[in-house]
Design a protein around this ligand. Structure first.
Ligand SMILES: [Zn+2]
Length: 357
């Protein structure tokens, strides 16, 4: 699958990159949302507790070599530093092996990294694991919320518990949060708990992944009015291609709190995303991702249209480009989204010259 998705950079992809993206992007980029993982550490099937499973059709693993090759092939001419973390999706996966792999990749390649943390770790254990691995904070995921909580009732604090936030607050660590719940960003419990994290744990460097999973305008509700009150929380644009949502985000919190993140390896996908009655749908070439007939988030285009599809990564960056133009961002501000804002976060954690570590 890697060969199919990556080696096949078409003439059309190259034109898209050089005409729309290359000049827009700064030469140095920090990707604040990149997964590395090996299939050998994976046991779960995918799709647990309401999470999507189409992502597995794109990549079931992402060794560090593939991640670094992805940047070379997809963003030629750019120097990219990723913040890496695992893709340990659900109980049953080998969490310790996954974290150890990330730790080794980070040490060997001089990359910043987050531990994949689960809520069952007490404060002391959590602190010890992050410190011992040289991690800069934690990535958390809703599938690890206590099993007795119904999927649609999972709240942020069920898998990002206050006792771990207190430890992160003391150290100023990064918390990478994929928000739960069908309401996504607009969900009142999500918004309330994001505000509580800001108030109660002001030193946590909270990053809300995928702009809070607001992939369609219907996912926003009054979220940006509420979030305009925040002062610190950052938002990564990973795996999101919605320029309307990006524009609203920029207008609500300003360019300084928007971070580029890819969500590789799935961003190698060939696709274009649309919203259909408030639900996102990935339009993909026929046959490329197997039998997708049962997946409401996947739809095949006709063979002729498939040639017009490019990489998910390019669609994301191009959507940010359009949003930035409409919001009137300067070159300096867009450079901050792809580099400066992340550098500020990393240097606050002692990673001072990320391109020479
Ligand atoms: Zn991710």
């Amino acid at each position: 699958m890697f060969e199919i998705m990556i080696m096949n950079v078409t003439e059309r992809d190259a034109v898209f990159y050089h005409e729309r993206l290359s000049g827009f992007l700064p030469n140095r980029i920090i990707d604040m949302h990149a997964h590395v993982c090996l299939k050998a550490h994976r046991r779960s099937k995918g799709g647990e507790r309401g999470t999507v499973s189409w992502t597995d059709r794109v990549a079931s693993e992402n060794p560090i070599e593939d991640l670094l090759d992805s940047y070379r092939l997809l963003l030629p001419g750019k120097q990219v530093l990723p913040l890496i973390f695992g893709m340990t999706l659900a109980p049953g996966d080998d969490l310790d092996a996954g974290n150890d792999y990330v730790r080794r990749c980070a040490a060997e390649h001089g990359l910043p990294a987050l531990i994949f943390a689960v809520p069952g770790w007490g404060a002391a254990e959590f602190e010890e694991r992050v410190t011992a691995g040289g991690f800069l904070g934690a990535k958390v995921y809703l599938t690890w919320a206590p099993p007795e909580i119904a999927t649609d009732a999972i709240e942020i604090f069920d898998f990002l518990p206050r006792h771990q936030l207190a430890v992160m607050n003391r150290h100023g660590w990064i918390a990478m949060l994929h928000v739960p719940r069908a309401g996504r960003l607009r969900d009142p419990s999500n918004l309330e708990q994001i505000l509580e994290i800001e108030r109660a744990f002001p030193n946590v460097r909270l990053i809300i992944a995928h702009v809070g999973r607001a992939y369609c305008p219907e996912d926003v509700g009054n979220a940006f009015e509420v979030l305009a009150e925040t002062r610190r929380a950052c938002f990564d644009i990973s795996a999101n291609t919605n320029d309307e949502v990006f524009e609203q985000l920029i207008r609500a919190v300003g360019a300084k709190r928007v971070l580029f993140g890819s969500d590789l390896p799935i961003l190698r996908m060939r696709m274009r995303r649309i919203c259909d009655h408030g639900t996102y749908v990935n339009l993909v070439p026929p046959g490329l991702y197997g039998d997708i007939s049962g997946d409401e988030h996947m739809r095949e285009v006709a063979a002729g249209e498939a040639d017009e599809l490019t990489f998910f990564l390019y669609e994301e960056i191009d959507a940010l480009r359009r949003a930035a133009a409409r919001a009137g961002l300067t070159r300096t501000e867009t450079d901050c989204i792809f580099f400066g804002n992340a550098r500020r976060i990393l240097s606050g954690l002692g990673v001072n010259n990320p391109f020479t570590v």
